[in-house]
Write a protein that binds this ligand. Structure first.
Ligand code: NDP
Ligand SMILES: N[C@@H](CC=O)C(=O)O
Length: 806
């Protein structure tokens, strides 16, 4: 025999209840022996409770009662609940007259929900020629008589059930009311929270059923609530022990007491979805999987009480007094944590009991307050408890670090010693984000990285294309889901919680909004987005003013923009301190040498104690192209410059390259990597732009660039034979001092030298160190271009995503 239990949502009007009839019909056609246990339909129990409450307050309840009656028969003709309605009428009238009701009356009222539900389904089955028999569980399950939360008298109930099923021996489908029972005086009692599930598992136990199937409106038990964690996955199988932990921590399909009768007889429990019969649901058995399961469950509607005082140190019996005082008023403590200094004790109670608990403790510790042993008893409302089931402390650092990186600082945490679970108390406002962060960290599913891209010109636009083209592959290979939730230029932003698509450019133009960077931060917070990265692909100084705010609001930074690293040394340090304080990272590999792995190499050499004595080379891709081509071909300087601009090698304003600022910035960035505290003003720069062309708009400069031809033709011609022009950066001097020497200049070198042989838009960096002596480490390759730069930025994003720092 199988027990099929259907919850309220499965029995609601419309398609639902018809589906239940079909499920039962299918089982019978397959020759299954079944018994059916039902909850009240839809929202019936809550409705009855509300009507009762209104009646007790002498409010007009009749309208709601009429609506209740209409709902029950809305879709069904030819069935009559006059008897039930009459009883309910009398009960409500009595309560209204008395202005109060007892738990006994409440049980009588609520019992009608299950009775109506079971009677209706019995009739619907009979109309389908199924032999169905309405079974009022009050005639079977006998209890100790505690109204509202009765305990079954097992021996008596079991005898009743077995006798009943001997009479209705399997050819008949017993349709049994869940939740309700009766005491030995035949008065109605109810089985408390999750009562219908309890009835079903009691029946399964008494009848030694082969399986209990619990039909709900979800596919089974998930790794987390899918409404809060879109990436949550269904758990196919779990053990009773694991289910028990989940039940305790608020997974509302299960309740500890409903599992015990099943464990006793080793009866499997299957959680199924009435509305998705193709799914096998979650099977709960006594077998424990080797790997163990992990799941997140949440307790809401709780409050944190914090009791503190210097005088608590070493005092005996403080905890006992807290528990005793609260227990006296029936207030349960669910999670408690105490510092080893014993100066502070934090614990969780139900939210609606928090004020009462505080008053009780204030009374209990009145004398301690007076003696200044206790200083604070405070309530922190708006908190939630997240429990990571299946988590032990050996790997707890992973979700914990991820939370901290995402600026979720738990208020309190504790673990169970034998069972594997860790619970954290977090602010309610951070619950959503916290769940997603932990979930992404503990499951082998994709970790979502939420990216805001500022600047979508040559580099930014190419980066977006690269991400969109490869995101799927990266998710498959690396389990990293890249979600671009914001794209912005200097005027507008396009925000999409679930990520932009290939149509982003048109959408930004059409639907983008004027914005401040703060709007992007607010959007990320509102949508509870985790693992945030802001990418600066602008060339704007103004934009770098947003860096500190972004970091303080939980963003890591990646920039191709070099400005932030070359502002004052004070800002440089402030940014690093802010990053450290917020445990955030800033990567900028493309700042020097575009896609070449230069900064990382220098960082590593410096970190490992290698003494770098000089860095010299062609730092600019555009100027490399310009002088390589101009030196070897008989073409005009202006013509080659135009080509470099068109190939996307130059800065948005090409004068930034020609005036030497861009190379100067790169040199300064490398110097600062070596802990030198140089300022931009310390750099000696050969400006390649004649003074009369330095001011004004870019357009007017470009209109006049032919004026450069004569100047550089002369420079070219006055070189020694077999020499070529190169624009170089040179960091030299005693680099163990506070500051180094930084030179940016145009030089003429033999064509056969290392610098002289550089081709195309290649950059070359010679890194001289103490160990390597006169033989420098050389890094050479494309030093500019949108594709290589975007690829470098992409690399930084993946490095952040993979660092475990998300
Ligand atoms: N090209 C290369 O080889 C390399 C470039 N880089 C760096 O890459 C960066 C981008 O260069 P590139 O793509 O050529 O530049 P583009 O001029 O092509 O694009 C710049 C983008 O930034 C946007 N922008 C400008 N100011 C702001 C602001 N205040 N807020 C938000 N968005 C803004 C622009 O929007 P709008 O159109 O509205 O102005 C535009 O979308 C530069 O810092 C450059 O130094 C680094 C290494 C190599
Ligand atoms: N304009 C720059 C681009 C890379 O930083 C260059 O030419 O090197």
């Amino acid at each position: 025999m199988k027990i099929l239990k259907f919850g309220g949502k499965s029995l609601a009007n419309g398609k639902a209840i018809g589906t239940v009839v079909d499920i039962i019909d299918d089982n019978i056609k397959r020759g299954e022996k079944i018994a059916v246990v039902l909850s009240a339909r839809g929202n019936t129990t809550n409705e009855l409770e509300e009507i009762l409450e209104k009646a007790s307050k002498n409010e007009d309840y009749k309208e709601q009662f009429a609506a209740f009656k209409r709902y029950q028969l809305e879709d069904f003709k030819g069935i009559n609940f006059d008897k039930e309605y009459e009883t309910l009428d009398k009960l409500f009238e009595g309560v209204s007259l008395l202005g109060d009701y007892s738990k006994r009356i409440k049980d009588q009222v609520l019992s009608h929900g299950e009775v109506i539900s079971a009677k209706l389904l019995t009739q619907l089955l009979q109309e389908k020629n199924i032999k169905a028999h309405f079974t009022d569980s009050r005639t079977l399950i006998k209890t100790d008589g505690e109204f509202g939360n009765a305990q079954p008298l097992d021996k008596l109930s079991k005898e009743n059930v077995i006798k009943h099923f001997e009479r209705y021996n399997g050819a008949t489908v017993n349709v049994i009311t869940g939740f309700i029972a009766s005491n030995t005086k035949d008065e109605t009692t109810t089985l408390g929270r999750n009562g219908s599930n309890y009835t079903a598992s009691l029946l399964a136990n008494y009848l030694e059923a082969e399986e209990l199937q619990n039909f709900t409106h979800v596919d089974g038990i998930y790794t987390a609530n899918p409404d809060l964690v879109p990436e949550a996955k269904k758990i196919e199988k779990l053990s009773f022990k694991e289910a028990n932990e989940l039940a305790y921590f608020g997974t509302n399909i299960l309740h500890a007491k409903t599992i015990i009768p099943l464990i006793e007889k080793n009866i499997p429990l299957r959680i199924l979805n009435t509305f998705n019969q193709n799914d096998n649901g979650t099977l709960i058995t006594s077998e424990t999987s080797e790997k163990g399961i992990k799941s997140l469950s949440v307790l809401e509607d709780v409050a944190l009480i914090n009791l503190e005082g210097r005088g608590l140190l070493g005092k005996v019996g403080v905890d006992a007094r807290i528990f005793r005082a609260l227990a006296h008023k029936n207030i349960s403590v669910s999670i408690i944590s105490q510092g080893s200094s014993e100066r502070g004790i934090g614990f969780i109670v139900q939210a609606d009991k928090a004020n009462e608990a505080k008053s009780i403790l204030e009374l209990e510790f009145e004398a301690d307050f007076y003696q200044q042993d206790v200083s604070t008893i405070a309530i922190e409302n708006e908190v939630s408890v997240i429990s990571i089931i299946g988590q032990d402390l050996s790997t707890f650092h992973k979700p914990y670090n991820a939370l901290i990186k995402n600026q979720v600082i738990p208020l309190l945490f504790n673990n169970t010693v034998s069972g594997k679970s860790v619970s954290l108390v977090v602010r309610k406002i951070q619950l959503h984000k916290a769940l997603n962060v932990i979930h992404g960290e503990i499951f082998e599913i994709s970790k979502k990285i939420n990216i805001a891209i500022f600047g979508h010109g040559l580099v930014g636009g190419t980066l977006i294309d690269q991400i969109l083209q490869t995101a799927e592959e990266i998710e498959k290979r690396k389990k990293i889901k890249l979600n671009i939730f914001a794209v912005a230029n200097s005027r507008k932003v396009l925000l999409h919680k679930n990520g932009i698509d290939l149509n982003w450019k048109a959408e930004l133009e059409k639907e983008g909004n004027v914005y401040m960077v703060n709007d992007v931060i607010k959007f990320a917070n509102k949508c509870h987005l985790e693992n945030l990265i802001a990418i600066d692909n602008t060339a704007s100084k103004e934009f770098t003013r947003n860096y500190l705010g972004l970091v303080e609001n939980g963003f890591d930074l990646v920039s191709s923009n070099k400005i932030a690293n070359t502002l004052s040394f004070d800002f440089y340090k402030e940014l690093r301190t802010t990053l450290e304080n917020n445990q955030k990272h800033y990567l900028y590999e493309t700042n020097v040498g575009a896609g070449l792995p230069l900064i990382d190499t220098i960082k590593l050499l410096h970190l490992s104690g290698e003494n770098i004595t000089r860095i010299k080379g062609v730092f600019s891709g555009s100027l490399s192209y310009l002088f390589n081509t101009f030196s070897s071909e008989g073409r005009l300087f202006s013509e080659v410059l135009h080509e470099a601009i068109n190939k996307g090698f130059t800065e948005p304003d090409p004068r930034e390259d020609l005036c030497g600022n861009d190379v100067g910035r790169k040199l300064l960035i490398l110097a600062r990597e070596l802990d030198l505290s140089n300022e931009f003003e310390d750099i000696n720069i050969d400006n390649l732009i004649p003074e009369n062309l330095r001011e004004g708009e870019v357009v007017s400069f470009l209109e006049r660039i032919r004026e450069l031809d004569l100047v550089y033709q002369k420079v070219k011609e006055t070189q020694e034979p077999d020499h070529v022009l190169r624009y170089i950066g040179d960091l030299w001097g005693d680099l163990s001092q506070e500051k180094g020497n930084l030179d940016v200049k145009l030089v003429s070198v033999p064509r056969s030298s290392a610098l002289g042989q550089v081709k195309g838009s290649d950059s070359i960096f010679e890194i001289y160190t103490e160990s390597y002596g006169d033989q420098p480490i050389v890094i050479q390759g494309a030093g500019a271009g949108a594709a290589v730069t975007a690829r470098g930025v992409f690399g930084d994003i993946l490095r952040l995503a993979e660092k475990g720092n998300h």
